[in-house]
Ligand binder design. Sequence first.
Ligand code: PBG
Length: 308
Amino acid sequence: MVREVRVGPDDLIQPLFVVPGTSVESEVSSMPGVFQQSSDRATDAALAARDAGVPAVILFGIPENKDSTGSEALRGEGVVQRCVESIKGAAPDLAVITDVCLCEYTDHGHCGVIEGDTVANDKTCELLAAEAVSHASAGADIVAPSDMMDGRVGVIRQALDDNGFADVAIMSYAAKYCSGFYGPFREAAESAPAFGDRSAYQMDPANSDEAIREVALDIDEGADIVMVKPALPYLDVVRAVKDTFACPVAAYQVSGEYAMIKAACARGWLDEPRVVAETLTSIKRAGADLILTYFATAYASALSGSSS
Ligand code: PBG
């Protein structure tokens, strides 16, 4: 009765990895229970999320062909665009969020286009805006830029508005740290950088004041929801962002957080339902209004199956 925080299905967002083809389902070895799925299977997974009470999914696309500018990301017939249409057709009430970034689509695995030995910030913003418009044209409700280029939220907002998508919201990966916990995701999305790392555009784990500045910029440029990522190692940042801005805050329990729990539970060292509930509760207690987690559907289904 006096419990302060409860995590329900409607706090959660289920990530899905979409690949070309039909009836394709291949498990990500470092993320047991998470699959690369073709659009038809991803649609089934989206329906399962909805049936468990989860209000939204976020899609990551892995294209057949990658090139230096990630041109597949902008293609109307692209893997994410097709899947958005499929999910919205099957479940119009489920919110579909799309990850907007180039790293899944570039052959070098960086989040933007490379000029010389660095990522070209402004050119990348233009491509991201075109990608966001393409996702919105396919029916995405929310676009989620995860690239960490400077100024991209403003450029995306303008492009959405100019193309008749004023109602499409932006969930920005605002305080995204340069984290070792993204390792399993890069296997799932086949997006590990071929050279260098992402420290020139992602944040130093040592900085929390900088997170406040990053979030302030994104809100100013038009972000509707701001995200802190990863979640568990950055709960202080989640709290600081929530206390500073009257804005919906999302936290992403990332692939490495998932893998860590799965690996320990597979050995019988931790009790999965218990630690999943504990981590999600902690993330919400820290101030997150929304949690992106690979456990979303499983956690929500378990909740509805139990008497609590
Ligand atoms: C793309 C992106 C990444 C994640 C979400 N969007 C990877 C990265 O920045 O390397 C990570 C999600 C996870 O680890 O679960 N930029």
